[in-house]
Design a protein around this ligand. Structure first.
Ligand code: ZN
Length: 73
């Protein structure tokens, strides 16, 4: 028997310890919990590629451009 698990269930109503909120995504502001896989850039934490990319575009590190013939190769 998993004593700890049973005791926690009685105490909190959940068999698993609640994941601890660690920080928020630097782009969407979503909550990021302990043991989640995140992306780090400088001092900021992001929940996924899309959020990191949005941040980089907002910060002017990445530009969105429609390709035309003037783009050198
Ligand atoms: Zn995010």
């Amino acid at each position: 028997m998993e004593h700890e698990s049973v005791e926690r269930t009685l105490r909190t109503g959940y068999p698993e310890a609640e994941a601890r909120l660690v920080t928020h995504c630097g782009s969407c502001g979503g909550e990021l919990y302990e043991k989640e896989e995140v992306l780090l850039h400088d001092e900021d934490v992001f929940c996924d590629n899309d959020c990191l990319l949005d941040h980089l575009i907002d910060a002017g590190h990445v530009w969105v451009k429609v390709l035309d013939e003037e783009v050198p190769v």
